[in-house]
Design a binder for this molecule. Structure first.
Ligand SMILES: NC(=O)c1ccc[n+]([C@@H]2O[C@H](COP(=O)([O-])OP(=O)(O)OC[C@H]3O[C@@H](n4cnc5c(N)ncnc54)[C@H](O)[C@@H]3O)[C@@H](O)[C@H]2O)c1
Ligand SMILES: CC(C)[C@H](C(=O)O)[C@@H](O)C(=O)O
Ligand SMILES: [Mg+2]
Length: 359
């Protein structure tokens, strides 16, 4: 049966990189028998400009009906003056919450060809393969109360609430342990249990969940140490599971171990494996419109979509092989360019991946 994929290019480089991912999807449809049809809708700043809000009801409805969603990125300076409650980023958060996408998988995998593109020494990152499992629909991103209030003395005070219920921790814990069972059977839960009660409970629940996975080794690390260890000796990690905000920060950090934030894809999944797929980076206003953005994180997100939501493991692997192949050919966008390699723009990189699908 033909599967439906909703495309949400969004803003800035989102438009340029999704265009390259679509080329790959089309090639898989035309030449490799992928039964898929796509539809495009508005989210983020593009939706604000067209409809007045970052997540039109129609977009959410189309996302619910689709088998999978591919998102580019949202946001940009144009919409920063708006109230935070109606900014482009709210569209993305609304999709995650509205679709129940609580498990965000962010694989930090180093393609060996890029060992010298990382800012860390090649021997520190060679062979790196970490899966960051980020809780995505709870924590301080969604906790109530939140806002900016005026105190009696006239001073304004900003406040947000970090909150996790046991069931929220348990389900992301299970997601992480299930993934670890298919990998090297090690889970490191990252928290701040020495200071925050909320993550003291997080740790307690992780220990409880671990009892159902006797083969998996659970360790705990405070987030400040984890940030340091990721740079000191990143290969010590297999699966890292953490809160919404810590996962946001640590995944951007981990992306640089792989050469560039332009290399890191993600899958955001609900309880049934339905998902939204997106690069972890943003709309990159500093390079938007120049045709220089790296489309590989988005193309690799398509691979994750084929694997996790469309049941097409062989085609997912075909995309990943094609990415490796173009790196073998020495093609590099500016963010991963090093001496002796060929610098190419967004479209040429996308075309090269399409051509390499045949290999
Ligand atoms: N998922 C999302 O939609 C998402 C994620 C992060 C940030 N944002 C939004 O994006 C806007 C810009 O945020 P930011 O600048 O903090 O983060 P960013 O990820 O957009 O950019 C950070 C830096 O990385 C570079 N970069 C990012 N993606 C790249 C790519 N594919 N190829 C080459 N270089 C790349 C950018 O040029 C920039 O120098 C903000 O509005 C923010 O809220 C959206
Ligand atoms: C744009 C923003 C809401 C988003 C987040 O913080 O989750 C982004 O940084 C990400 O990593 O997907
Ligand atoms: Mg982020």
């Amino acid at each position: 049966m033909t599967k439906k994929v909703l495309l949400l290019p969004g803003d800035g480089i989102g438009i340029e990189i999704v265009a390259e991912a679509v080329k790959v999807l089309q090639a898989l449809r035309n030449d490799y028998g992928l039964a898929v049809e796509t539809e495009t809708a508005l989210v983020g700043g593009a939706a604000i400009d067209a409809t007045g809000g970052p997540l039109p009801e129609e977009t959410l409805q189309l996302a619910r009906e689709a088998d999978a969603v591919l998102l580019g990125a949202v946001g940009g300076p144009k919409w920063e003056p708006l109230d935070i409650s109606i900014r482009p980023e709210k569209g993305l958060l609304g999709l995650r919450a509205g679709l129940g996408l609580f498990a965000n998988l962010r694989p930090a995998l180093l393609y060996p060809q890029l060992a010298s593109a990382s800012t860390l020494r090649p021997e520190v990152v060679a062979g790196l393969d970490i899966m960051i499992v980020r809780e995505l629909t709870g924590g301080i991103y969604f906790g109530q109360p939140r806002g900016i209030r005026t105190l009696e003395n006239g001073e304004r005070q900003g406040f947000n609430t970090l909150v996790y219920s046991e069931s929220e921790v348990e389900r992301i814990g299970r997601a992480a342990f299930d993934i670890a069972m298919k990998r090297n059977k090690r889970v490191c839960s990252v928290d701040k249990a020495n200071v925050l009660e909320c993550t003291e409970l997080w740790r307690e629940v992780m220990i409880r969940v671990a009892k159902d996975y006797p083969e998996v080794e659970l360790s705990h690390m405070y987030v400040d140490n984890a940030a340091m260890q990721l740079v000191r000796a990143p290969k010590q990690f297999d699966v890292m599971v953490t809160t919404n905000m810590f996962g946001d920060i640590l995944s951007d950090e981990a992306s640089m171990l792989t050469g560039s934030i332009g290399m890191l894809p993600s899958a955001s999944l609900d309880a049934d494996g339905k998902g939204m797929y997106e690069p972890i980076h943003g709309s990159a206003p500093d390079i938007a419109g120049q045709g220089v953005a790296n489309p590989l994180a988005t193309i690799l997100s398509v691979a994750m979509m084929l694997r996790y939501s469309l049941g097409e493991e062989a085609l997912a692997a075909r995309i990943e092989r094609a990415v490796s192949r173009v790196l073998d050919q020495g093609l590099r966008t500016a963010d991963i360019h090093t001496e002796g390699t060929t610098r190419v723009g967004t479209a040429r990189m996308g075309d090269a991946v399409v051509a390499a699908l045949a290999d």
